[in-house]
Design a protein around this ligand. Sequence first.
Ligand SMILES: [Mn+2]
Length: 200
Amino acid sequence: MKILIISDLHERDIQSIVPNKILKSVDFLISAGDYNRYPYPLQSIGIYGNHDSLEEVNDKQTLINCHLKMKRIHSLKFMGVQGVFCGAKRYYKNPSWYHILESDIKIQLEKMPSVDFFITHFRAKEIFDRYHQGSQAFRDYIEQKEPKYYISGHTCADGAIERIGNTVCLNPHPCGKKRYIVLDLRTQDVRIFDINLTKI
Ligand SMILES: [Mn+2]
């Protein structure tokens, strides 16, 4: 089974980033949020980001939303956390963006079981955490529940893959490039496609 992993495409259409042959070769897609052009052209699971519209989040729901709920595709288990934390006060100005409190999330995550894929829009503490503002609650969940894979988005960061204990952490944020990741679950191969945008 092959899975396409992406985040933070914002206004860019997925077809302008990911070639059709890749879109056709994968079984489904994992999104770590912030895509303003829903629906994706194939089955998709994940969480919404702080730029995703409340209409999509609440009404259209073209993404299988695993925000604080365990969802399954085939035998795989998914769970995640949407949005960003309230500390980012500048986001309050835009009513279409929404926020969550880390203290609430911490309590909820402590009750959640382990999953195959833990997906968050905001970052975990010191995992691709360039600005050192990542969530301790996410980090605690990863260290205690040991999901097989951890995927986060939202901010540009160095690197695309690292391991924390038994968890493989993936960073699909395009960071001004065309980045996407293909995970082959049969072989456990991770392919990171990192293509520089042509400057005109
Ligand atoms: Mn974001």
